[in-house]
Design a binder for this molecule. Structure first.
Ligand code: MLT
Length: 407
């Protein structure tokens, strides 16, 4: 009989956010009169910026007309979007990234998950803990780890983010090959300074390693000293791939558009030890497995780079950061220490209690959904994450209910 990929049996039965969704649905079915407020999964609630809506309408009209209709587009994305990204997200910050080093896709989640397949199966991994589960799970699926023992997989060097290091892990003392970093961080909301990122770039150079830098939340950075891109660090072009998304920047979680930057100068060794451009491999993978993001969606994404678009996106992220400030103040007032929320839409709360128990407490007593820290890794135990993505009214109500429940 045909056999399964046994590596899947090493994974937890379900993905973290599916698990939470199941628990919330069960609670709602048992308590239909109690309206639940969701501050769990980081899903946006505010409508798309008006410039995006206008661009979507105009592009839809183009699709209705034989002369302007579009079939398959370039797999890597239309030049108008790649050029706008190169100009606004990189050249404007002094980063030398060419438009053709940018691969437009339908999500940073897919790209972060898929990228590992262009590397050897026996490479050494460095992955933060707590962490966005996609980085770990996709490497488990690919067979790079042993079974899970006490919440840890052999084959991974865990980069622990704890109160002791301000939730920003230092470079490890051992050599690794593929390093996952995410700043502003999901789930902790911590940010990395230029000096901290420089240490990572130097570590990667020394070990001939590659950094996978997830900066899906960069639009939330307000501190001018914090880098938005790993390419702001000298030499990063030779050691890093960067993932970005329009999801949290412009409300595209349901619209789907993101991009990955693979510099042409980035090399990895082949079996004979010869440096080989990673760009060529990712291009080969992307063109084989992906047929491009829909034209109207790419037009909507490009619209955020206009002057009006930039203002609307800033207003939207300011709005969520306003929620985050309220959450942080209310939680601090309740006596908990927390980080995040100032340059990120997540607040990471040190509850000092079992995180699933705290999740159940907030759900049953306050009817508020958070994300239990243990779902992000062993070091997430004792913490919960609260997301700032919701309406102001819901955030204020949720905070009142949490305060009453914890009294
Ligand atoms: C989260 O809540 O961690 C994110 O929304 C998940 C994602 O972006 O896939």
């Amino acid at each position: 009989m045909i056999r399964i990929n046994e590596n899947y049996t090493k994974l937890k039965a379900s993905y973290l956010f599916s698990d939470i969704a199941k628990r919330v649905t069960a609670f709602q079915q048992a308590n239909p009169s109690k309206p639940v407020i969701r501050l769990g999964i980081g899903d946006v609630t505010e409508p798309l910026p008006p410039v995006c809506i206008e661009a979507l309408h105009a592009a839809t009209d183009e699709m209705a007309n034989r002369a302007t209709f579009k079939g398959y587009g370039p797999e890597q994305g239309y030049a108008f979007l790649r050029e706008a990204i190169a100009q606004h997200d990189y050249a404007a910050r002094g980063c030398a990234i060419e438009a053709d080093e940018i691969f437009v896709s339908d999500g940073a989640k897919c790209d972060c998950g898929n990228i590992q397949e262009i590397f050897a199966t026996d490479i050494r991994l460095a992955i933060p803990d707590p962490v966005y589960p996609v980085y770990v799970d996709t490497n488990v699926m690919a067979g790079r780890t042993s079974a899970n023992v006490n919440g840890r997989y052999e084959g991974i060097t865990y980069l622990e983010s704890t109160p002791a290091n301000g939730y920003v892990p230092a470079v490890p003392s051992v050599a690794t090959d593929l390093i996952y970093l995410c700043f502003p961080n999901n789930p902790t909301g911590a940010v990395a300074t230029k000096a901290q990122l420089t240490a990572w770039v130097e570590y990667a150079k020394k070990n001939k390693a590659i950094i996978l830098f997830d900066s899906a939340y960069e639009a939330y950075i307000r501190d001018p000293a914090i880098p938005h891109s790993i390419y702001e660090i000298p030499g990063a072009r030779d050691v890093a791939i960067e993932f970005r998304s329009f999801s949290k920047t412009a409300g595209f979680t349901g619209t789907r558009c993101a991009y990955t930057v693979v510099p042409k100068t980035l090399m990895a060794a082949d079996a004979a030890g010869n440096p080989t451009p990673v760009y060529a491999l990712w291009n080969r993978r992307h063109t084989t497995k992906f047929n491009g993001v829909a034209y109207p969606i790419q037009k909507a994404a490009a619209a955020i780079f206009t002057a009006a678009g930039q203002k609307q996106v800033k207003d939207m992220t300011d709005f969520y950061l306003g929620n985050a400030a309220l959450i942080r103040a209310a939680i601090t007032k309740l006596g908990f220490s927390c980080i995040g929320g100032d340059n990120a839409p997540y607040i990471w709360i040190n509850t000092g209690r079992d995180s699933w128990e705290f999740f159940d407490l907030l759900l049953s007593k306050a009817n508020v959904v958070c994300t239990p820290g243990a779902g992000f890794g062993k070091c997430g135990e004792g913490h919960v994450r609260i997301s700032a993505f919701n309406s102001r009214e819901n955030v204020v109500t949720a905070l009142d209910r949490i305060a009453a429940a914890l009294k």
